[in-house]
Design a protein around this ligand. Structure first.
Ligand code: 4AD
Ligand code: MG
Length: 432
């Protein structure tokens, strides 16, 4: 079998004979020349087919190709200064694998609903391809960072018997005639695994039946949740900062072309890759917001608008810490000096993107945790195993969860998280 060359390898192969295979994403022909623009997932290149240089079968194939037809093209790699990759192919043979029916996505503007209905085809467009490659880079960098810092992957279950982040947005499923819930966070299990292995993380799909139709909410999203024994809330923030800087650096280094395709202004990303994210106490953030014209009062949680105005003041992500315990989850450890505040943090992405990470130090003391479970009206029995972690060698410990889609959305500079995952699940969308 003939060796297959990937489109991304072509620039280094000027004057060679190659065979490429992929899809025709655009085409035009004028008389006796056909221009086939091909993509193979690794890049895009134009093949020039001259009627006089190829067999009649090849000419027939090239001149009757349609958008998204699949094809195998042999040819010689030529320098072409006008091409983004610097090369094109002078074809010597063209074979259609399948001649595509009329492709529903054209060059004209389509509305978001039409594109989402055709998501299985929309992902072939240059922008979507770039976003999905950056998503892959972000996930790779996150996993690499966890490995570099000594965290062990320990998957949390998806079927769970209880809530973690409040009871209002759980997806209930019928688990052999008893109710179960799709996981809304793997954290509690990470508290168990980190007491076994020291530092652990899970990375998987997370489900929330939030009735929010915003640009930041999916009903199924991917979250990496890390947990470390003996780590306090300040070390936890530093870890999150190092991780974000690592991820942004990876994307800047390895996905330059994709950022260019997305026309992403990279100046904020370059700042973010340096680390040194500003840290604001909740009290200070509230004062700042009020000065900026928000009607937020002390004790309120931040609305999306508050996060937007606040983050626009900074050139990189920021951390807000010490939110009131009352507006946060049951497991967060209170500050010893101001017990109405929790030892928690949110990492807010700049340019108006807002929260991408939530973290905290956890309550490590049995009686206080029992009290919180009761105050939050949580079923005590389902939490007995979790309370055991405070009975047998309890230690101070902290962790966080980073939402992949919100991170992709910010790094790519997108309007909406629906483009950050191959097949988004939204309030009103289960298909395709
Ligand atoms: O702030 P959250 O709810 O925190 C937790 O779940 C903790 N148990 C994490 C931990 O400490 N182990 O969610 C964490 C992150 C958010 O900052 C956000 O990025 C993402 O998960 N997220 C969502 N992303 C998309 N759609 C949704 N509906 C999301 N809800 C949360
Ligand atoms: Mg949160």
């Amino acid at each position: 079998m003939e060796r297959i060359t990937l489109i991304r390898e072509l620039a280094g192969l000027v004057s060679s004979n190659v065979r490429i295979r992929g899809w025709v994403y655009n085409l035009r022909s004028s008389g006796s020349i056909a221009f086939l623009q091909l993509r193979d997932g690794t890049g895009r290149v134009q093949a020039v087919v001259s009627k006089n240089d190829v067999s009649s079968e090849s000419w027939e194939a090239a001149s009757t190709a349609t958008i998204e037809s699949s094809a195998i093209v042999d040819g010689i790699v030529k320098t072409e200064p006008r091409s983004p990759s610097g090369v094109e192919i002078q074809a010597t043979r063209v074979e259609l694998v399948q001649r595509a029916a009329e492709f529903p996505i054209g060059k004209k503007e389509h509305g978001p609903d039409f594109l989402l209905d055709n998501r299985h085809l929309w992902i072939r467009s240059a922008r979507q391809e770039a976003i999905l490659r950056i998503r892959d880079e972000i996930i790779f960098a996150l996993r690499e960072f966890m490995r570099l810092r000594g965290f062990i992957l320990c998957d949390s279950p998806i079927f769970t018997p209880n809530a973690v982040e409040g009871t209002t947005d759980l997806f209930e499923v019928n688990y052999f005639d008893r109710p179960a819930y799709l996981s809304q966070s793997g954290q509690l299990y990470q508290e168990a695994t980190s007491a076994a292995l020291g530092k652990t993380y899970c990375f998987g799909p997370t489900f929330r039946s939030e009735k929010s139709k915003t640009r930041r909410h999916l009903t199924e999203f991917w979250m990496l949740e890390a947990e470390a024994s003996f780590m306090d809330w300040q070390e936890n923030i530093q870890l999150q900062e190092d991780m974000m800087a690592h991820v942004v650096r990876h994307v800047l280094e390895n996905r330059k072309e994709d950022l260019k395709t997305l026309e992403r202004d990279t100046s904020v990303l370059e700042k973010s890759a340096e680390g040194r994210f500003p840290r604001l106490h909740y009290d200070e953030a509230i004062k700042k917001l009020q000065l900026l014209g928000s009607d937020i009062k002390w004790g309120d949680d931040f609305g999306a608008d508050d996060e937007t105005i606040l983050t626009k003041q900074f050139d990189r992500p920021i951390f807000i810490h010490h939110y009131p315990a009352k507006i946060k989850a049951f497991y967060m450890k209170p500050d010893a000096e101001r017990p109405d505040l929790a030892l928690n943090d949110d990492c807010l992405a700049p340019e108006g993107y807002g929260e991408i990470i939530g973290g905290s130090q956890r309550i490590d003391e049995l009686t206080l945790l029992e009290k919180r479970i009761e105050e939050h009206g949580l079923p005590r029995k389902a939490f007995e195993w979790y309370l055991d972690l405070r009975r047998y060698g309890s230690v101070p410990h902290s962790g966080f969860g980073i939402g992949v889609e919100r991170t992709v959305s910010w790094i790519c500079g997108l309007e909406h998280v629906r483009e950050t995952i191959p097949f988004p699940r939204l309030l009103n969308r289960l298909e395709p």
